[in-house]
Design a protein around this ligand. Structure first.
Ligand SMILES: Nc1nc2c(c(=O)[nH]1)N=C([C@H](O)[C@H](O)COP(=O)(O)OP(=O)(O)OP(=O)(O)O)CN2
Length: 178
């Protein structure tokens, strides 16, 4: 039987879905609400679910699972065990504190009447306006799209969908087309 790629039927689309227990990140955050109040600082074990929609290659693959999982995992591992802060919220500021008196470099975080300090390497300031599951999905999705296009230039990605589950049963969902 021929293994040549069949002519594609425009009605058909293909995608891969990745849902691995180890695609997770444990992080601290506090959500800021529309009325200006915010949660106390707390943490979640976030789970990441990914879908990539693209043409099937001549070998019957969208993208090799073995090659795409490490790209998602490197993003999860980079976020893991950090306090995530929204760098674009108007009422939250982060100031670097130089090492002194035997202390390592720290950051000072101000939000309204709250003041926190933390070792600088414990914190990641993300280009988002709130630490919602949706914004985490958007950040991971955009980063993943950039990295997949760099590493798999021949893949014609049509859609990337990232779901970030903050607690079992509720997820933020991000989709990027084209
Ligand atoms: N659209 C969103 N709403 C909320 C988010 C979010 O990321 N996107 N996040 C929070 C809080 O961070 C909170 O920690 C989660 O809220 P909550 O629903 O209370 O979580 P639980 O799992 O404890 O909910 P239960 O229904 O009690 O199990 C809030 N909103």
């Amino acid at each position: 039987m021929s293994t040549a790629a069949r002519p594609t039927d425009p009605r058909e689309t293909w995608s891969i879905e990745i849902d691995k227990e180890y695609l997770k990140f444990s992080c601290a955050h506090f959500l800021i609400f529309a009325d200006g109040t915010a949660e106390r600082l707390h943490g979640h074990n976030y789970r990441v679910y990914a879908e990539v929609d693209a043409a099937l290659d001549d070998h019957g693959l969208v993208i090799d699972f073995i090659e795409v999982k490490p790209v998602i995992r490197e993003l999860c591992d980079w976020l893991d065990e950090h306090w995530l802060l929204p760098g674009q919220h108007p009422d939250l500021s982060v100031r670097d504190l130089p090492a002194r008196d035997g202390l390592s470099e720290h950051v000072e975080v101000r939000f309204k009447d709250r003041l926190y300090t933390a070792p600088k390497d414990n914190v990641i300031v993300l280009p988002i306006n709130n630490t919602s599951a949706e914004n985490f999905a958007g950040y991971i999705g955009r980063e993943l799209a950039t990295r997949l296009r760099q590493r798999f230039p021949a893949v014609q990605i049509r859609l990337i969908e990232i779901k970030v589950e903050e607690t079992p049963g509720q997820r933020g969902v991000f989709r990027m087309r084209g």
